[in-house]
Design a protein around this ligand. Sequence first.
Ligand code: ADP
Ligand code: AMP
Length: 217
Amino acid sequence: MTLNIILLGPPGAGKGTQARRLVEERGLVQLSTGDMLREARSSGTEMGKVVAEVMDKGQLVTDEIVIGLIREKLESSDAPGFIFDGFPRTLAQADALGELLGDMGQKVDAVIEMQVDDEALVRRITGRYTCGNCGEVYHDETRPTAKDGVCDVCGSTDLRRRADDNEDSLKTRLLEYYKKTSPLIGYYYAKGELHRIDGLAAVDEVAAELSAVLARL
Ligand code: ADP
Ligand code: AMP
């Protein structure tokens, strides 16, 4: 039995934080198009150069590029399931994902909408930093590292802030979310696949709500 879950929500909703827990707890594979695109830009490929500017402005990268990245990962993996984090972000991406999974004899099992208000998103995004080595996600106020400047998980001192985690870029990212991604809520609701959880609760409570949804599938 495979399990494919989409975490849907605006930037800062807590998708990456919860996806990492699901990887640890259930052995699923996290597919974050944001992480894949950041990897592409830091490796200096032609595609990386094209996407860097778009990402820094907070706009969406083309469907063609992100669908290509996801296709590659799906085709080369024999994981027991995937957590899609930050994908799909447009209706065209949602259609493409349905087709790709269908070709593998699989489907989207649940779409979890993480509901958070815009004010909380600004606080979350402007306080976020991550470990450049293992990807652990921290926050200045709600989840700082135990030891200043050192990752709790792997001990690395390579803690980073994202170039697009500023209020200006966040404004564009939120507009893109409401214009192009929020229609997916209706899309998956109509398919009977949508579940909503309160993303404003503490990390452990959100994780418990998420587990409860998955237990009911
Ligand atoms: P997303 O992947 O949806 O953009 P992240 O998981 O990276 O969001 O979380 C954004 C920021 O908010 C991070 O700094 C993270 O530590 C913090 N965060 C995540 N979930 C919660 C929560 N439930 N309560 C408070 N802060 C949270
Ligand atoms: P994230 O890490 O999910 O916050 O994504 C960071 C940035 O990468 C976004 O603001 C977009 O520019 C780009 N991006 C990530 N995922 C997608 C996607 N599915 N479709 C289009 N652009 C994306």
